[in-house]
Design a protein around this ligand. Structure first.
Ligand SMILES: Cc1cc2nc3c(=O)[nH]c(=O)nc-3n(C[C@H](O)[C@H](O)[C@H](O)COP(=O)(O)O)c2cc1C
Length: 401
């Protein structure tokens, strides 16, 4: 059965959700599922904006046929060539052979790589600032390269003031009947997934997201239709502000995050004792994670959220415990910067973890690194508690920067 939503007078949501997929992009756990959004404008001409992942193509085609009825499909606009949005473009062209496919030059280069149909026979190549009028609606196109692929672009419908934002403003999470952000408890139930989605998938490209935001902020936007997650038609400024923070690596919360690795529990114990001392010093909402049992995507998102981070790690075969090493390189790869950080190392015969963690942290921009490394020799002892106090002082004194 078709399952569509009328978004406004001429605009329909015809996407679908996948609650079966375990790993988005085969890497990020999505326990709340994910939606693949696709939209149709019924004007004098008909326009399909992006399609969906193969996994939900059956529902998509039922929806498309229902919304089009007897009408033909005039345009399909491909804002983003990633297969979770365009794996079925070839099937759309097969079913609607007169359709014109709208994209930029990079779109069509990729399209010819992914598909075998006669792309040139359908291609309408647009560039920055071009427009297409479909009757009442005039659609304008703006490039947002590396948000998060080179060909990414957004489409702005000046008539309804709708921004079709590609992967920008998206989030993990299936849509459960409510397709609008104002119909759900977004701030309580969706924000963590929105942050985890953005920082892991686009976090590295903060500069490019900033460039995209600059373009978007020149537009009079009444609604944002992303390719994943709910549609925004109220309180857009709140979400745009989150994007401003995430894309400038500005922490959202004045909170301490403790990330520890521990094989037998001694480094974990030191992390917990430190957390207790931070609480005694007045810190609230301290976040503590064992990097062995927490997917890195959650830890990267937490590191973007918090302004201060402690890394606690045992030495492991003269190196870092592998899960911590991976995480630190992930944080560096995502361009994390502008954080206050401290390290706590453990070693039973020759500690090197502290030095190795500091090397990675020093490679990241604008990191304020606590000079004192706490060195635990197998297990934390009473006479080392003042070393922890030094981290507490460092973490609780006002940031010089
Ligand atoms: C497989 C393995 C390799 C280790 N390699 C080192 C090492 O190279 N140098 C060192 O000083 N300690 C080494 N350790 C000891 C740990 O760094 C740490 O002191 C010990 O595991 C206690 O901390 P935990 O309870 O948090 O695991 C190793 C431990 C394990 C299990």
């Amino acid at each position: 059965m078709y399952n569509v939503k009328k978004v406004n007078e001429d605009l329909y949501w015809i996407g679908a959700s996948d609650r079966r997929l375990a790993l988005f992009e085969n890497i990020y756990p999505i326990p709340r599922g994910v939606s693949y959004n696709s939209y149709v404008i019924l004007d004098e001409q008909t326009v399909l904006l992006d399609t969906v992942d193969k996994a939900v193509s059956g529902q998509f085609f039922e929806n498309l046929e229902h919304v089009l009825g007897e009408r033909k499909l005039d345009y399909i606009i491909v804002n983003h060539m990633e297969p979770d949005h365009c794996a079925i473009v070839e099937e759309v062209v097969r079913r609607y052979p007169e359709v014109k496919v709208v994209g930029n030059a990079k779109t069509f280069t990729m399209m010819k790589q992914f598909f075998t149909f006669d792309v040139d026979a359908h291609a309408v190549v647009i560039k920055e600032g071009d427009t297409i009028s479909t009757g009442k609606h005039t659609l304008a196109f703006a490039m947002i390269p590396m948000v998060h692929w080179p060909e990414a672009m957004v489409t702005y419908d000046a008539y309804d003031k709708v921004l079709f934002s590609a992967d920008a403003f998206g989030t993990f999470g299936a849509l459960n009947g409510n397709v609008f952000a104002d119909e759900v408890n977004f701030k309580e139930e969706w924000l963590d997934d929105a942050r985890r989605y953005l920082v892991n998938i686009v976090g590295k490209y903060g500069v490019q997201v900033q460039a995209a935001l600059k373009k978007a902020l020149t537009l009079d936007i009444a609604m944002i239709c992303p390719l994943h997650g709910p549609i925004w038609r109220e309180d857009l400024g709140w979400f745009i502000e989150k994007y401003q923070k995430w894309s400038t690596y500005t922490p959202e919360d004045h909170n301490v995050l403790i990330l520890y690795a521990s094989i037998y529990g001694n480094t974990e114990n030191a992390a917990d004792v430190l957390a207790g001392k931070l609480a005694d010093a007045g810190e609230k909402n301290i976040a503590v994670y064992d990097v062995s049992v927490t997917d890195p995507s959650y830890l990267v998102a937490e590191a973007f959220r918090c302004d201060r981070i402690v890394f606690a790690c045992p030495t492991y075969n003269a190196g870092l415990f592998p899960k911590m090493e991976t995480l630190l390189h992930e944080l560096a790869a995502h361009n994390l910067q502008k954080r206050k950080v401290a390290v706590l190392e453990n070693g039973t015969w020759a500690s090197t973890a502290g030095k190795q963690m500091k090397e990675i942290l020093s490679s990241m921009k604008n990191m304020e690194i606590c000079e004192n490394t706490v060195t635990v020799k197998s297990a934390l002892k009473e006479n080392q508690l003042e070393q922890l106090d030094q981290i507490v002082d460092f973490m609780t004194k006002e940031t010089i920067a």
